[in-house]
Unconditional design. Structure first.
Ligand SMILES: Cc1cc2nc3c(=O)[nH]c(=O)nc-3n(C[C@H](O)[C@H](O)[C@H](O)COP(=O)(O)OP(=O)(O)OC[C@H]3O[C@@H](n4cnc5c(N)ncnc54)[C@H](O)[C@@H]3O)c2cc1C
Length: 373
């Protein structure tokens, strides 16, 4: 370990944690990333990304060399799949000097002792670090130590059924909608966002791509409570894994598909609903941070700010968090780098969550208009 730099431990090795690790190590600040899962293959569907911002942050350009598979969306934005982006980041993090990946290991708790951060692992071991960065998602453990008075994210009032299906399984290929961008519609109290994305092998060939959908559903509060995804206080504490979606719920959704969605999306959605493992249910969590830092602890990504996918900004904001935090940590003469990170990011992230809440309120109003909720 380079002793001139603080020893930094990152909790969570998904999109935000890996982006920060690459940003930090490529600026000469080594990090250790602790991730409870093994190399992940699932996590979501489509993401719109700013390739220039990623390149600037991780100092490696996803548009050159081993490219990130994308399709053009709007203005300077592109669409990619979650597995493709995760794989691109993980491949680079796995070979970059200065990054130690400690996967299949869970953190049980984090605390500050003076200016040291102490991490307790679920296997009973402890580690001490100069700084711990929480990139551990909407139900963050690090956040509990950073903001103990407000540790949990609130339920935005709706869930998103998210699926990714192979185009080759459809009876007809799907035309590129509006230059490959997102197709968005509201129908009878529900909202659908769909898109055609590169195939698993990065192919853009018609018939070899993937179709993604995000079906916004504001009528699942009871299901989420029954399945333990929401607590009594209305906080999101879990998501509906593919295995947790019952046959009864699948049947109900299948019956709704032809009533709600037009072809060619209807076939893709119906396939995603029917195929085991192809769809998950994400209750949307919103979190407006009171702070981002407490002593040697900091939070980034969804751990720091929970926003609706309607903002299209969750990962984009994590990229900006990573850029600011990594560049601040790399300036060796900077006093209190974590506090500087907080000053730079807190006002923006709070504003973004306010925007997210307005979008959620509009959608909930629309749902109530249909169903009288
Ligand atoms: C339908 C949908 C569409 C979206 N579209 C967009 C979009 O177009 N553009 C955009 O920018 N964003 C979008 N987002 C948001 C984006 O997906 C998230 O902001 C982003 O994936 C969050 O990444 P993260 O790394 O912060 O959190 P997560 O992906 O939740 O990762 C947290 C990681 O921490 C690990 N972890 C948790 N606890 C522990 C522990 N105790 N010990 C060790 N490891 C732990 C987990 O295993 C996980 O790997 C969308 C989200 C949804 C739901």
């Amino acid at each position: 370990m380079d002793t001139q730099h603080p020893a930094i431990l990152v909790v969570g090795g998904s999109l935000a944690g890996l982006t920060f690790a690459l940003a930090s190590a490529s600026r000469g600040v080594p990090v250790r990333v602790v991730e409870r899962a093994e190399r992940r293959t699932l996590g979501g569907d489509n993401l719109n990304v700013d390739l220039a911002a990623i390149a600037r942050t991780v100092i490696c350009d996803p548009r050159t060399g081993a490219k990130l598979p994308v399709v053009r969306a709007f203005r300077d934005r592109h669409l990619t799949t979650w597995p493709a982006l995760y794989g691109w980041l993980r491949d680079r993090a796995g070979t970059m000097p200065g990054i130690t990946l400690d996967e299949n290991r869970a953190v049980a708790s984090v605390r500050a002792e003076g200016d040291r951060a102490i991490v307790a692992f679920e296997d009973g071991m402890e580690a001490s670090a100069n700084a711990v960065i929480g990139a551990d998602g909407y139900h963050s453990i690090v956040r509990r130590a950073v903001a103990p008075e407000q540790p949990l994210a609130s339920y935005a009032g709706y869930l998103v059924w998210r699926g990714l299906v192979d185009e080759s399984a459809l009876s007809v290929p799907v035309a590129w909608p509006t230059d490959g961008g997102l197709w968005i519609t509201l129908q009878q109290g529900y909202r659908l966002v769909a898109a055609v994305l590169p195939g698993r092998d990065g192919s853009r060939e018609i018939g070899q791509r993937q179709v993604t959908f995000a079906w916004f559903d504001g009528r699942r509060d009871d299901l989420l409570r029954r399945t333990g995804c929401l607590d009594a206080g209305g906080h999101v504490i879990g998501t509906l894994t593919a295995a947790a979606i019952s046959a009864e719920v699948r049947e109900e959704l299948s019956a709704l598909v032809p009533r709600l969605w037009p072809e060619p999306w209807a076939e893709a959605v119906a396939l995603g609903v029917r195929t085991p493992g192809a769809m998950r249910g994400a209750p949307i969590a919103e979190y407006r941070p009171v702070r981002l830092v407490a002593g040697p602890l900091a939070i980034i990504g969804d751990a720091a700010h929970g926003v609706s996918p309607m903002t299209g900004s969750g990962y984009a904001t994590a990229v900006d968090d990573a850029f600011v935090l990594a560049t601040t940590l790399a300036q060796r003469d900077t006093a209190e780098p974590l506090k500087r990170y907080e000053r730079a990011r807190l006002p923006y992230t709070r504003g973004l969550v306010d925007h997210s809440r307005r979008l959620s309120a509009e959608f909930n109003h629309y749902v109530a208009g249909w169903f009288g909720r």
